[in-house]
Each structure stands twice: as C-alpha cells, then as structure tokens.
Design a protein around this ligand. Structure first.
Ligand code: BG6
Ligand code: GLC
Ligand code: GLC
Length: 873
C-alpha cells in the first residue's frame, strides 16, 4: 500500500487522461470518470437575497434546513443564517424502493416546515444537495446515473412537482461546498476552489473552461464540473495499484466493480480495509498469536472513526479498539495494528493528493499559468476527524506540485449552505431573465392573429393605393414595365444603381443565352447623401465618368438603365419624379423633381461623357427583371436590405386608365404611416422613428429593414441598461451612439455557428464590454427584433401573393419572387422565417424565393434593352 512519488505522478497522469476523456463528447460514454456538467457558472456576487429551504441528502447525515441569504455590499462573511434539523434515514430505506425514500424525504421536509411555522400554502424556493452522480441538463433537473456509497434504492424518479416547494437548484455536495468556500472567504476566488469530499464518499469538482465541456453548449466562461472521481479505475485503470484487500472490499460491497477509487480512499471503506489486513495478519499468525475473534471476522466492525482514533492517540486508542473486538492485544499487536491503520489512511491521502494534483495541473494548463495560486475548499468526515490526514494530504500535494501555491480551506457550514447560495444565484438570474423577457422582449413577439391583421392591413393598403395614390400610405407606383425579358435581348448596356448606401456602375453585355457583367462600386459620403440634389447628381455623374474611363468607353453613347431605389412617380419608363427620400438620403431640391432629368443635366454640366438613359426603375423592379431572366415565373421582386420594398405584376384593368399588366412598385415600406400599425409599434420603434431623418414616414420599413433593425436593438439595449438589467447598469458612450449596430453585426451576432465568446468579442469590437450573460441577452434582443422583421415582411408578402391569385381568379398560385438586399442575403435566419411565415399565411400560394445573383443592375440593363426594343420598334 505504500506509494512512492513516481507512482503518484504516474497515477496523476492517468487521472489527467481520465479528465480529458470524460470531457470529450466522443469518449465520454466510455469514460469511467463522468465529468458531469453542473450548470453552475455564476458564483454569488453579494446581490442575492432570499429565504430558502434546503435538503441535503447523501452525506453521512440527512438534513433539512432553512437558509436566509441577506443582501450585502460585496461578499462578506456572516450574511447567511441557517437553521437545520437532522433526520435519520432508516437502513431499509437505503436499499428499498426509491419512492419510499423520497416519501421519507418529503415527510421530513413537511415536519421541518411545520416545526418552523412555514406555511404549506405558499410555494417556497428549495435548494437540493443530492450527493450522487446526476446527469444534469439544467440546474434544476437531473437524472440519477447510479447510486453510490451505501444507497441502492430501486426505481428512482424525483419530480419537481409539489404545491409548497419549487426546486430551484440541485447540486452535488462538492459543488455546494465550493460555493460556500467561495462565499465565505473573500480572498478565495471561488472559481479556483477544488473540493474533495472524503466523508462517506469521495469526489471533487472544479471550474472548467466551457469550451472544453463538449456536452454543454457555449464557449464562454467556465462551468463547475462534478468529476465523480470516485469511479476512477472502474475501467481497470487502477488494476496495478489494487491490493487483494481492495478486491475483497469491492467484492463484498453493494456495487462490485464500481467506485474503485472511492473504495480505496473514502471513509466508508477505510475501516474495512484495516480490518481485512489485520484479519489476514492474524490468520498468518503475525498478530494476536494467531487468534481470530468473531468480531474481527465481521464486516464493518472496524469503522472509519476507529481508524481516526488510532491515528489520533496511537496505542491507547488502538488497544481500546482491539479490546472491543475481543482480541486481547499485546503491546506489539497494538503497535502493528496502528501501523496498518496509518498506512491505510496514508495511502488514502496519497491517492487523493494524486487526483487533486491532476485537477490542479489541468487548471494551470487551462489558464496558461506558470505558477498557480489556488484555494481548495475541503469538507468531509475523514478530512475533518482524522487528525493526521490534512497534514499529510497538504504535504504530498505541495510536493507533487512545487510550482503551485495551494491553500486549503475547511468548509465550515458544509454543503447545505452552498446549495442555498446556488439557489440564490439562480433566483437572481431567473428574475433578471424574467424581467428582460416579460417586460421587453415579449413586445416583439407577434401572435398569428396579429400577423393576420398585418396581412389584412397590407392588403387594404395595396387596394387603396391602386384606387387612388393620394390617400394611401402604400403608393403603388406604376413602373411602366409591362414585359418581362424574353431572352432576345442583345447588346451592351450601362446600368447605374443607386441603392441603399452605394452607387454601382455596371456594364452588361447580353449575348445569346448569356450575359457578362463588369462593375465598380462607389460609396456615397453622408454629406453628399444629405447635401443638395445638384451635388448628389454631380457626384453620380463623376462616378459614371470614372467608370466609363475605366472601361475605356468614355467616347461611346451607351443606352443606360437607371436603378433608383427610391419612390418615384413615373409617367413613362424614362421619367420619374422623386416622391420623397427614404433610408439615409435627404438631398435638398430633389423631391418633386424628375430624377432622370437631374442626372442628364449633371452629365451635361460635365460635358465629357454622354449617355442615353432609356429606363428609370426601382431596385425591386430591377431585381424582379433580373430573376425573370432566369425564370419566367418570377413576377415579384422584393428587397430586404437597407430598406424594404416589393413590386409585382398587376393586372392593368386594376390600374386607372391603363390596359394590360404592369409592374407596380408598391413602396410598401410606408405601411403604418397613417397609424394602422400603432398596435404593434413598440416604444423602441417610436424612439427610432423620432431619431430618423423622416419622422412619421416609412413606419413598416423602420420595423423591417437593415438600416433600422440595429437601431431598434440599440434602443432596447439602452432601456435594459438604464433599468440595470444589462452592462451592470452602465450606459456607455458607445451605446448612446446611433448606428453602431449595422446589419452585418446583427447577422454576425445571431449566427448559430458563432460561440458566445465570439459574440462577446464582436460586442467588444463595437466598444460594448459586458459579461457572458450580457452577450446572451444582446443576442436574444437581436433575435426577437429580426424575427419580427421577417414575420412582418412575410405577412406583407402573403397579402401580395393572395392579391395576385385573386386578380387571376385562381384557387392556387405558383409564383416566384426575386429577392435581394443585405438583410435577406446575409442574415442567418431572416429568409427562413420569411418563407415560413408566407407558407403559413398564404396557404393557397406556392411561393419560391430566388435570390438575385447580380443585383438589380442587370435588371436595369434588361429593362433598358426591352425599352429600347420597344422604342426602336
Ligand atoms: C442591390 C441592388 O443588389 O440590392 C440595389 O442592386 C439595392 O439597388 C440593394 O438597393 C438592396 O440592398 P441593400 O442591402 O444594399 O440595401
Ligand atoms: C459519492 C457520490 C458523489 C459525492 C461523493 C461525496 O462519490 O457519487 O456524488 O459527491 O460521494 O459525498
Ligand atoms: C426604400 C425605398 C424603395 C426601395 C427600398 C429598398 O423603401 O423607398 O424605393 O425599393 O428602400 O431599397
């Protein structure tokens, strides 16, 4: 049983390998050491408060407690008050039916509540220390993997259903003790605690990096892992260290083959090991002159307490113990037996030291630290009552890990208080989450009835817009695009595309069946977007000139299509008056003017290039055309980008005075400008609207498009922070900055592939420094805001496709939508939610979405080609 340092180091290395094996998803199933995630990530911060009931089952005593946690500034000692009562657990319950065991637990709890005058009428929060291996999917739920120690009840279901308690947290005794040590000792960084329970069982838990815990989602921060190290060796890893006595102890136990490490070190078995060694020595005639008493042959006759006593006061106690066993020992017998006892308990502390060394080494490597300073919380009867045990343990650990400064703290109030602390933390986090969830995020969750209403309002908006433009918020602008391309288009065209933030110039060459595209992107500085109209169009002309120069076409007069992604009242394909700027544009002296003329004049002013602008089109129309080139069924164009809009092919009989079918640019972003969406508009939307350059306008667009979603998110975050629910209540300058959340960040934050750590680093790049918990909330806010946007667009789309279906008197409509825009293309969930909503809300239509490959620029060129064809004809 003697182990030298080489052996201990070898053991420690095997232990480390086991830890790794248990953490990894691939090898966990086969691992002996289970490394159970506990879902305890947060330690008390001193702001928790409340009164909790607590149950502590699985240690040497079953206890019911009442724990009061008082709020304090910082973490100070003495803020937890406890009253407890110990209840016996009759032996027959340990091995009887589990329901009986838990009935007993619940009766004891009731008795305690009665005694303390705690009403059964109310529901009380309860913390449950349950010191057995449990597979936990949540803090308040766990499946018992197997009983250990002397428990072996049959059929175990523990349910959280009770009228008078609500189980907030279920924790292993190791975890609870770690919390207690961290709470009590303000110098002890709780996360650095490793706890070993060496009472009836043995176990350890420690804070592991989440990124290493395969079984739990998330990469950020740490979570406490309950190692269940007692089962180390169950797969044979300790074979060469086992003695015949260990094998005998195991064979006679209630769980042979299981908890091998535990059986070598823990209190339940130390006495038994000593008895077996002494028995063998007596049988060999080396003790008591070969006499063996019946008592010595009886299992359990030497207890851990006896081993402790022999440790404490050597020979005197040893003699008493042996006398009790009717052995009549000589002085030499006593010396020898005491020696046996010392060796057995020495081996125990050696083994524990090797295990602990493995964990500490792991922590040190995890944190990339040369020297580790760490506090280890300890509890358990062996540690507490064997006078020599702690000293030996400390000494060996320090010898095995000379580079670590290890401090051991004895847990004073045990694991029950820790469970209450875990519950208190859980309660704090739950109430925080509830506040965030209920009060704020629910505002963004739309019920199907509400979406049906949006659909109906969109529909009446479309109808009203067709009847008369002036009284409708949805303008339903005729585009003078009647035909979709037929594939006979040929030649070279220029396309100019003024979209959300960029201006693109393109050269499109249509050949038989194919087209080739060359383009260049120009950004539009804010001062030009919001300067004068003349400056803006001069800038566009300058870009065109640069592009033609770049393409070597400065001296050719090419036919051009002009995609102008703003509402224009058109009277022909090549003229259109700007109705109102939208999105980020606000150049003066443009609204009410013909934008084609403005561009022509700007070009004329330069006097170095020439263009034949044959078509003016909206980006939605361009997108539709571009997609229709590939698929004739495409009769809708949609943009979900900086702004949002849709166009579709309408029957001309529905458009005043015009015959045939024409594409209508709905400008649906204006829905709600008459107040018809007020019931779903939140205070955050209102705030965004008030801070925009076109107050009261484009209310639908402001709830659904890329330019605004980030602002809505920012407003929510501001509010949550002001209410102390986020960023520790600190409203930073960054958070006050309009526009920090661009669509691309929203898309990144919501990406499923991104771990929390990356979300946090995106937020940090934006200058928002928060905890991992903050990142979760931010992500959540982004999710609800963008989901609502997609649903609203889906409801709008449903209105459009149903209208087209009715226009054509069909029961069923098969139609394709050409879509473009950064929100649609880059956001991880938007398109999915959009499609799903349309499916549900327009059950009589089969709507296929086709992302436009080449933007609306190609569409503009096509329209130019079609327009020229007509003109030439
Ligand atoms: C592009 C079109 O593909 O999509 C633009 O060519 C349009 O005209 C744009 O405005 C919409 O996307 P975003 O996200 O840039 O507004
Ligand atoms: C046993 C249990 C474990 C507990 C330990 C100490 O090993 O399996 O969950 O922590 O005993 O009580
Ligand atoms: C805005 C414009 C509209 C455009 C849309 C998408 O809503 O008013 O014309 O189609 O943004 O870019």
């Amino acid at each position: 049983m003697r182990l030298n340092d080489d052996q201990l180091n070898e053991l420690s290395a095997r232990f480390q390998a086991e830890l790794k094996k248990g953490l990894s998803a691939e090898s966990n199933a086969a691992a002996a050491v289970k490394m159970l995630p506990t879902h305890v990530c947060s330690t008390p911060d001193g702001s928790e408060k409340g009164q909790f009931l607590a149950l502590d089952l699985g240690g040497s005593k079953f206890k019911v407690l009442q724990v009061k946690v008082r709020e304090c500034v910082g973490i100070k000692k003495g803020d937890v008050e406890m009253e407890e009562k110990i209840y016996p657990v009759p032996d027959e319950l340990l091995t009887g039916r589990a329901t009986e065991l838990f009935d007993h637990v619940s009766e004891s709890l009731k008795d305690f509540m009665h005694e303390k005058n705690i009403s059964l009428e109310k529901k009380h929060p309860l913390a449950f220390t349950f010191s057995f291996p449990c597979d936990q999917s949540r803090l308040d739920q766990g499946t018992l993997l197997n009983w250990s120690k002397n428990y072996k009840a049959r059929g175990c279901t523990v349910s959280n259903r009770s009228s008078y308690v609500e189980i907030l947290a279920m924790v292993n005794d190791t975890v609870a003790t770690m919390m207690t040590c961290g709470f009590d000792d303000s110098y002890c960084e709780c996360v650095l605690c490793v706890f070993m329970c060496m009472g009836t069982g043995t176990n350890a838990c420690y804070m592991e990096e989440l990124r290493h815990i395969d079984l739990v989602e998330g990469d950020e921060g740490r979570m406490c892992v309950n190692t269940e190290w007692g089962s180390f060796g169950d797969d044979g890893a300790l074979k060469d260290f086992l003695t015949e006595f260990d094998r005998e102890v195991d064979a006679a136990s209630s769980n042979p083959g299981k908890q091998i490490f535990e059986k070598m070190v823990s209190g339940m078995h130390l006495g038994e090991l000593v008895r077996l060694v002494v028995l063998k020595m007596a049988k060999l005639g080396k003790l008591f002159d070969g006499r063996v008493s019946d008592a010595l042959r009886t299992k359990g006759k030497i207890t851990t307490a006896d081993v402790a006593a022999m440790d404490e006061n050597g020979l005197k106690n040893t003699k008493d113990v042996l006398d009790e066993l009717d052995l009549n020992p000589s002085d030499d017998d006593c010396i020898a037996v005491q020696h046996v006892s010392t060796i057995v308990s020495f081996r125990s502390s050696n083994l524990v030291a090797a295990g602990l060394a493995a964990i500490l080494t792991r922590i040190r490597q995890n944190r990339n630290m040369g020297a580790l300073r760490i506090t280890v919380g300890v509890d358990g009867t062996v540690y507490k009552t064997h006078p020599q045990y702690p000293k030996r343990l400390h000494k060996v650990v320090r010898r095995l890990l000379p580079e670590c400064q290890v401090r051991f703290v004895l847990s004073e109030s045990g694991s029950s208080k820790g469970a209450a602390l875990v519950a208190a933390v859980a309660q704090r986090l739950t109430s925080l989450r509830r506040q965030v969830g209920l009060m704020t995020l629910s505002l963004f969750r739309l019920k199907e009835e509400q979406l049906q209403l949006v659909k109906a309002r969109m529909r009446s908006g479309l109808d009203a817009g067709l009847r008369s433009k002036s009284s409708s918020t949805i303008k339903m602008l005729p585009s003078f695009v009647y035909l979709t391309p037929d594939g006979t288009e040929r030649g070279k065209y220029l396309a100019l595309d003024l979209g959300g933030t960029n201006f693109r110039a393109l050269l499109v060459r249509f050949k038989k069946q194919t087209s080739r595209l060359y383009h260049k992107i120009y950004t539009i500085p804010l001062e030009i977007m919001q300067g004068t109209g003349e400056e803006l169009f001069d800038h566009l002309a300058q870009c065109v000139c640069d592009f033609l120069d770049y393409m070597g076409l400065k001296n050719t007069r090419l036919p051009a299509g002009f995609t102008f992604s703003f509402p224009c009242e058109q009277s022909a394909i090549d003229t259109g008056t700007l109705v109102a700027w939208t999105k980020g544009f606000k150049a003066t002296d443009s609204e009410g003017h013909d934008v084609v003329s403005m561009l022509r004049e700007a070009i004329k002013r330069r006097n170095d290039i020439d263009l034949d602008i044959v078509a003016l089109i909206n980006d939605t129309v361009g997108t539709m055309m571009s997609c229709a080139h590939e698929d004739q069924r495409c009769e809708i164009g949609m943009i979900a980008g900086t702004g949002t809009n849709l166009c579709y092919m309408e029957e001309l009989k529905n458009i005043e005075k015009i015959e045939q079918r024409m594409c209508i640019n709905t400008e649906w972003g204006g829905l709600g400008d008459d107040g018809c969406l007020d019931d779903i508009i939140t205070l955050y939307d209102t705030e965004v609207d008030q801070n925009s350059i076109n107050q009261g306008k484009q209310r639908f667009e402001k709830m659904t498009s890329g330019m605004y979603l980030g602002e809505v998110v920012r407003q929510v975050l501001l509010d949550l922070t002001r209410r102390g629910l986020l960023f520790k209540g600190h409203v930073s300058e960054t958070l006050k900055t309009p526009g920090i959340f661009e669509t691309k960040y929203l898309s990144q934050i919501e990406s499923d592939r991104l771990a929390l750590l990356q979300v946090r680093s995106i937020l940090q790049q934006l200058g928002l420094h928060g905890t991992c918990h903050d990142s979760i909330i931010v992500k959540h806010v982004c999710l609800v805001v963008s989901r609502r946007a997609a649903q609203l667009c889906g409801a709008g789309m449903a209105a459009v496709v149903d209208k087209i279906r009715e226009n054509r008197g069909l029961d069923h409509l098969d139609i394709a939508v050409g879509v473009d825009g950064s929100l649609y293309k880059l956001h991880p969930h938007f398109s999915q939610v959009l499609k799903e909503t349309v499916r549900v809300m327009a059950p009589q239509c089969d709507v296929t979405f086709q992302p436009s490959e080449e933007g609306s620029g190609k569409g503009a060129a096509l329209i130019a080609a079609v327009a020229r064809r007509k003109r030439d004809v």
